[in-house]
Ligand binder design. Structure first.
Ligand SMILES: Nc1ncnc2c1ncn2[C@@H]1O[C@H](COP(=O)(O)OP(=O)(O)OP(=O)(O)O)[C@@H](O)[C@H]1O
Length: 282
């Protein structure tokens, strides 16, 4: 029987999701509930656990404990999950010896896209990303930004209901970045859920319905961007950068920081109260 939340539950739901690499607690008991069709901006300092979270949610890394479902599919169910997610890693995995078109046809075949539909979608996206003229060149000669564009097309080609995008605009020229942002807005305006991790805060500010900030594997703030910015206000209007800096600062002398523990929540005024707000909003 199909569980109810495959039909109408949250797009992404995690409960106490945890990942350890030896002594390193990369993700520490993460609880997320992201509605369908939302853009979720996932922020955090380097090494805070963002990529590990995305890898767990796309079956590439096995959780140490806790559970997670995407469109109601358990993340341990690799076969089912593949059809509901698209994942763009920071460095897209491409076969250098293939042309861009061959790479995309290969991805389409992996997802059993009918040949004609694949051809139509590949052509449309290549054109949209100004790559039509380069489509039959081998990928080994592609620049960083061109590779990113091909990776992004590969990610959306099978039209998955949930996209995980790691730094989708980094390395792109302003026009290509605009195309990516427009595409994200367009897809989420439909029914696609977008889990977006980036250090480029204006992108999150522009697109995200909800922002979550991870610090040492812990969700230390969560809420709509405008709400979070109000929290950072100190008389003047705050920015997402203010929020980011405020909730991801380790305060010297605090016991947990000194002990190297992962929990930022509860170690400081703003951090602790942001976590309460996150809880209240769920
Ligand atoms: N395969 C691995 N083996 C050991 N430790 C790992 C592994 N992958 C990640 N880590 C550790 O887990 C922690 C979280 O790393 P992760 O890559 O998830 O961070 P991130 O938030 O994506 O960082 P960045 O913003 O730099 O991309 C880091 O301490 C990292 O060193």
């Amino acid at each position: 029987m199909v569980p109810d939340d495959r039909l109408d539950g949250p797009a992404i739901e995690t409960t106490d999701l945890t990942k350890r690499f030896g002594d390193v607690l990369a993700v520490d008991g993460l609880d997320l509930s992201i509605p369908r069709g939302d853009v979720y901006g996932f922020l955090g300092p380097n090494g805070s656990g963002k990529t590990t979270t995305m890898r767990m949610l796309t079956t590439l890394t096995r959780p140490t404990s806790g559970s997670a479902r995407v469109m109601g599919v358990d993340v341990t169910d690799r076969r089912e999950l593949i059809s509901v997610v698209g994942y763009l890693p920071e460095e897209p995995p491409l076969f250098d010896e293939l042309t861009a078109r061959e790479q995309l046809r290969h991805v389409a075949a992996l997802h059993d896209l009918p040949r004609e539909r694949a051809r139509e979608r590949i052509d449309r996206y290549l054109d949209r990303f100004s790559l039509a003229g380069e489509a039959d060149r081998r990928l080994e000669g592609f620049s960083t930004g061109m590779r990113k564009k091909v990776g992004l097309i590969a990610t959306v080609l099978h039209d998955p209901p949930v996209l995980f995008l790691d730094e989708p605009t980094s390395g792109l020229d302003p026009r290509a970045a605009r195309t990516v942002k427009d595409l994200i807005a367009e897809l989420s305006g439909g029914e696609t859920t977008v889990f977006l991790s980036t250090h480029i805060l204006p992108v999150v500010d522009e697109l995200a319905d909800t922002v979550g900030v991870l610090h040492r594997g812990d969700l230390v703030a969560e809420g709509p961007p405008d709400r979070l910015k109000q929290r950072a206000e100190r008389g003047e209007a705050g920015s997402l950068e203010d929020v980011f800096l405020e909730v991801t600062t380790d305060h010297a002398g605090e016991a947990s920081a000194a002990a190297g523990e992962s929990s930022a929540a509860g170690t400081s005024g703003p951090t602790g109260s942001d976590t309460s707000e996150a809880d209240a909003q769920r």
